[in-house]
Design a binder for this molecule. Structure first.
Ligand code: I3P
Length: 128
C-alpha cells in the first residue's frame, strides 16, 4: 500500500534468526555451510542478512543493513527435510531457478511458524 512518500512499501511479515545453508545453486549441488542468518520475510521475498547479533524482530528496519541475498518466493516449493540433515527441525526451500536452501531452528514452535508463514506467501502468489 502507498506510504507517506507515495511509494509502495511491502509488508514486513516476519523476521528472526534461523540457521541457514544453501545446498544447491541453479540445480547444482553445493557443499553445506551452516550459519546463523537474520531472515526477513517481506512482500514476495525472503531476505537473508549477515551479522544478526544486534538484531531483534522489533528493532529490524528495512534499509538499516545490507542484505546478503534474497529469494523470490513466486513458484517456490517448501518441504520438511529432516532426511537431509542430522539437525532437527529442518525444511527445504527451492526456488524456480533451482536454488535450494535448508533452514533450521532448535525451537519447534518457531520453525513451524516460519514454515507456515512462508507457505502462506507461496500459496498467495500461486493464486495471483
Ligand atoms: C558437513 C557438516 C554439516 C553436515 C554435513 C557434513 O561436513 O558437518 O554440518 O550437515 O552432512 O558433510 P563439512 O563441514 O566437512 O563440510 P548437517 O549438519 O545438516 O548434518 P551431510 O554431508 O550429511 O549433509
Amino acid at each position: 500500500s502507498p506510504d507517506s512518500n507515495g511509494s509502495s512499501t511491502p509488508e514486513l511479515e516476519k523476521a528472526g534468526l534461523l540457521n541457514k545453508t544453501k545446498i544447491a545453486e541453479g540445480g547444482r549441488k553445493l557443499r553445506k555451510n551452516w550459519n546463523p542468518s537474520w531472515v526477513v520475510l517481506v512482500g514476495n521475498s525472503l531476505v537473508f542478512f549477515k551479522d544478526p547479533k544486534s538484531q531483534t524482530p522489533s528493532s529490524w528496519k528495512p534499509g538499516n543493513s545490507c542484505p546478503e541475498s534474497s529469494v523470490d518466493l513466486r513458484g517456490a516449493q517448501l518441504q520438511w527435510a529432516n532426511n537431509l540433515s542430522s539437525k532437527k527441525n529442518v525444511f527445504k526451500l527451492r526456488t524456480v531457478t533451482g536454488n535450494e536452501f535448508l533452514l533450521q531452528s532448535e525451537t519447534d514452535s518457531l520453525i513451524r511458524e516460519w514454515f507456515n508463514t512462508i507457505q502462506s506467501v507461496i500459496d498467495r502468489l500461486n493464486r495471483e
